[in-house]
Design a protein. Sequence first.
Length: 87
Amino acid sequence: MASELFIVLIAIALAVAVVFLFRKFSVLVLNAVCGLAILFIVDFFNLTEMLGGSDIPINLATILICAFGGIPGAVILIILALLGIQL
């Protein structure tokens, strides 16, 4: 009886952990999509090059910055590109 209760408690704890991680992961994905959409629009219309900056490459570093920073992360990447700093 005690082992069955223990297994049920472990299953409930795993379910709660999976739901928690899924919520956190979905926020990261949403941030990344929003930030990368802004970077794509800026690159598509060559806005940084018009202002004297360089093109913003889409690589692992920019994806991670957009995932954790979202729209403010994309703005920081645009400012860095305008200053001539590449990642």
